[in-house]
Design a protein around this ligand. Structure first.
Ligand SMILES: *Cc1c(COP(=O)(O)O)cnc(C)c1O
Length: 404
């Protein structure tokens, strides 16, 4: 029957309305915004909401100090400045990371030193970090990506004795727990993003977290002397964020539960000789820790170690076919060393796993994970459907008949 075909071949999409919008409608955010308008708070430069949000971010994370700013990228820049990163310094970071972080290191005149990622979760490989550290190293920048968590305690064990500072970029992991502590509180400075697609969103925005009052003061000085005068967080942004932060624990637990369900009965793929996925789960390992323990991942994206050979479709065709089903899969990041002049970085050893992540990572965008279990099950159903039709999807489209 035609409607059973993959949507890419003319069938009916599994989720005809496509991926859910983000942010999802939230009456608490509406109420907070209405109240901020009614009270006049929305017209202030630095009123009750920005101050309260900073206090609430500090309390949520169990740290003494938090600062808000215009974007997560600016938070990373100010964090690096507070660690006194400048021209001629080196900053160690994963070769598979958010590109803006790489560009920010350059903007400060410093050189990124790229470290490979772990084969099991494609996060910064802490066992490869030591080889990257030199007398020029000023900071390590580590980002928790796609639901994965960097072993920041191990990073600190290497950095601290050398006087090297650690930035923990938790833009993709607000509400996550790493070894029993909130993500963003292990590093000397933690950073968050409130960008439009992020789990906590105000359309734009960012924040920094500090345990050390001296780093907090230095970061505050940089913000107040510089770009913060042009681009602080507004009262309305802060008012919209406060109710989201209050519900973050609950939302994180909900999404983590949905993700665990997605992996409950992964289907056998071609390698096992099966004719198709008999199970209902996703067939590729997640980058996130899903077991019980002192770690709770947060899913801005759900990253998977996609295997084109096992699935029988290129990564690009896989993502395209799933997007046609209304499920927001995409390729992951480009690795930072691929296609870039070697003069722009130093490689600390082989970067094979980062190249592998570059070639194979796929990510599911998070909004669907906030919906009902049945919605999330459709993600796995869509993957199973695309798998069933992999041969048809691989066939080149027929050339249109010039007569018709
Ligand atoms: C989104 C993001 C940021 C910051 O993004 P902004 O859009 O500048 O707020 C930083 N690091 C990572 C890993 C991100 O995903």
């Amino acid at each position: 029957m035609r409607s059973e075909l993959p949507a890419l071949l003319g069938g009916t999409p599994i989720r005809p309305d496509g991926p859910p919008p983000w942010p999802l409608p939230d009456p608490d955010v509406q109420t907070a915004l209405y109240a901020a308008v009614a009270s006049g708070a929305w017209g202030q430069y630095r009123g009750e909401h920005v101050c309260a949000l900073e206090a609430e971010l500090a309390a949520f994370h169990g740290v003494p100090h938090a600062l808000t700013c215009a974007t997560g990228t600016l938070a990373v820049e100010v964090g690096l400045r507070a660690l006194r990163v400048g021209p001629g310094d080196e900053v160690a970071m994963a070769a598979y990371d958010y590109e803006s972080n790489f560009l920010t290191v350059h903007a400060l005149g410093a050189k990124p030193v790229l470290v490979d990622v772990r084969p099991d979760n494609w996060q910064l490989d802490e066992t490869k970090l030591e080889a990257a550290l030199t007398p020029l190293t000023k900071a390590v920048l580590c980002s928790h990506l796609h639901g994965g968590l960097v072993n920041v305690p191990a990073v600190l064990a290497l950095a601290r004795p050398r006087g090297v500072g650690v930035i923990e970029d938790a833009a993709q992991a607000p509400g996550a727990v790493l070894d029993g502590r909130p993500a963003g509180t292990w590093g000397d400075i933690g950073t968050l993003s409130f960008g439009g697609s992020k789990l906590l969103t105000a359309g734009r925005g960012g924040a920094l977290l500090f345990a050390d009052p001296a780093l907090f003061q230095r970061a505050k000085g940089h913000l107040n002397r510089g770009v913060q005068q042009l681009a602080p967080l507004s009262e309305l942004q802060a008012a919209a964020l406060r109710p989201q932060l209050r519900k973050l624990h609950e939302a994180t637990a909900w999404r983590a539960k949905r993700v665990r369900e997605l992996f409950q009965s992964p289907p056998p793929l071609r390698a096992t000789g099966g004719s198709g996925p008999g199970g209902v789960g996703l067939p590729f390992p997640p980058l996130a820790p899903l077991g019980a323990g002192p770690n709770l991942p947060a899913f801005y994206k759900l990253g998977l170690q996609y295997d084109p050979a096992a699935f029988g479709l290129s990564r690009e065709l896989f993502a395209k076919a799933l997007r046609a089903e209304g499920v927001a899969f995409d390729a992951g990041f480009k690795a930072l060393h691929v296609g870039r002049s070697p003069s722009r970085f130093r490689a600390a050893g082989a970067l094979d796993h980062a190249a592998d992540a570059h070639a194979r990572c796929v990510v599911l965008h998070h909004p669907v994970l906030s919906l009902a279990p049945a919605d999330v099950r459709q993600v796995a159903e869509a993957v199973a459907k695309v798998y069933r039709y992999r041969d048809e999807l691989n066939r080149p489209a027929p050339t249109p008949d010039p007569e018709s």
